[in-house]
Every structure is written in C-alpha cells, then in structure tokens.
Ligand binder design. Structure first.
Ligand SMILES: [Zn+2]
Length: 240
C-alpha cells in the first residue's frame, strides 16, 4: 500500500489513538479526582453507619439510666412505706416481715446505685465516642465538598481537551478512502492495522523481525507501507 510519508504519521496517530481507546475503554473518562470523590463517598457511608451505631449506644445507655432511676424511685417509696407501717405495727410477726422487706429493699437500692455509677461512667465514654464520630462525619463532608469541586474542575478541563472520537474523525478525514479501507481490513485481521517500526521490531505484534525482513522494510520506498511478515500490520517507519 502506498501513502504519502506525511500522511503515514497521521495513519500512525489514528492507529495509536484507536488502540489506546480499545485498551482503556470508558475508564479513560474517569479522572483521579472523580475516583477520590467515589472513595470519600464510601468512607462517608461507613462513617455515617458507625456514627449511627455510636448514637444508638448512647440512647440505649440513657434508657438504661432512666430505668434504674425509675426502679430506685419505686424502691425508695416502698422503703418509706415500710418505715411508716413499722411505726404503727404492733404485731411481732408483721414487724419482722416489714423489717425484712426494708432490709432487702435497701440492699436492692444499694445494688442499683452501683449500677447507676457504672452507667454514668460508661455514658461519658459513649458520648465522647459519638461526638468523635460526628466530628469525623463533618470532616468527611467538608473533604467531599472540596473533592466534588476538584472533580468538576478536572472534568471541565478534560472535556476542553479534544474528545477522542472527534480526534479520530479528524484524523480519518485526512486520509484517502482506499488507505482507510486497507487499514480497516488489516485491523479486522490483526487488531492493530498499522503500527510503528523501530528498525527491528513490529509495533503491532512486538516480534523481532529477521535481519532480511528488517532490511527489506528499511529499503522500501518512503511512500510505501511495508507489512510485518508475522502479523500483516502496515509498518510505519520513523520519518527522516
Ligand atoms: Zn507484526
């Protein structure tokens, strides 16, 4: 196949652009800034879940404290009732029962006070933990906001760079129909179509060619596109 050496550079750029698109596909359009946003969104979700769990632990402990306080209030009332009855009761057996009840009520109140102290100690730690989680959620929200702005800026900047599809269309418009048809046919055959030749190796299949083949390719006329004897790819030599 014959092609003006100036247009050979265009064909090579077309082949390289199409190859790079095949390799990276849609991933080429995800900026590192957007990946950072996605990472922060996942981190934020984890932190919100942890924060909700921390709040729930505080709520449970507060409910437990209220329950203990309510039990204590009932027991103190019962102790007061026992005391009032004792001051009027004359029957020995009744008095013994009341004394016994008063004693067991007092001992239960003492147990509850111990539980309450333990709960108060724990709730400080739980509230601290909840507040720390809240602060970290706020921090992630701030980071996320900044990352969103950075991602939008990066996307605006990259869309200012030419769209690969447009670039490809541009390059194709500069090449003769018959060359494009031959290139397409070879691309269907070897996936590459056209590639650079560094003097030794085919840029399509990366096979080091024999000395005789290297020589044949080097000596081909400048407007001729020699083919790789291994894969058939059109080889484009460095322009002198
Ligand atoms: Zn080859």
């Amino acid at each position: 196949m014959k092609l003006d050496p100036k247009q050979q550079t265009i064909l090579l750029e077309l082949a390289n652009t199409e190859r790079s698109l095949d390799v990276v596909g849609d991933k080429a359009f995800v900026t590192p800034e957007r990946e950072e946003v996605d990472r922060l969104l996942k981190e934020q979700q984890r932190m919100l879940n942890a924060s909700a769990a921390a709040q729930m632990a505080v709520d449970d402990m507060e409910a437990e404290i209220l329950r203990i306080q309510e039990d204590e209030r009932k027991l103190r009332k019962r102790a007061a009732d026992d005391k009032a009855q004792l001051s009027a009761e004359l029957d020995e057996e009744r008095r013994r029962d009341l004394e016994h009840d008063r004693y067991s009520v007092k001992s239960r109140i003492a147990d509850l006070m111990g539980e309450l102290t333990e709960c108060h100690n724990q709730i400080h730690a739980l509230r601290n933990n909840r507040d720390n989680h809240g602060a970290r959620c706020d921090e992630i929200a701030r980071k996320l906001e900044a990352a969103q702005r950075a991602a939008e800026a990066a996307e605006a900047a990259s869309s200012a760079v030419q769209d690969p599809a447009e670039h490809i269309a541009d390059l194709r418009a500069q090449l003769p129909e018959n060359v494009l048809a031959e290139y397409e046919a070879q691309k269907n055959d070897s996936d590459v179509g056209a590639a650079d030749f560094n003097g030794r190796t085919c840029g399509g299949c990366y096979i080091v060619l024999s000395g005789a083949d290297q020589e044949r390719i080097r000596r081909a006329p400048a407007d001729e596109l020699p083919r790789c004897p291994e894969c058939g790819t059109y080889l484009i030599r460095k322009q002198a």
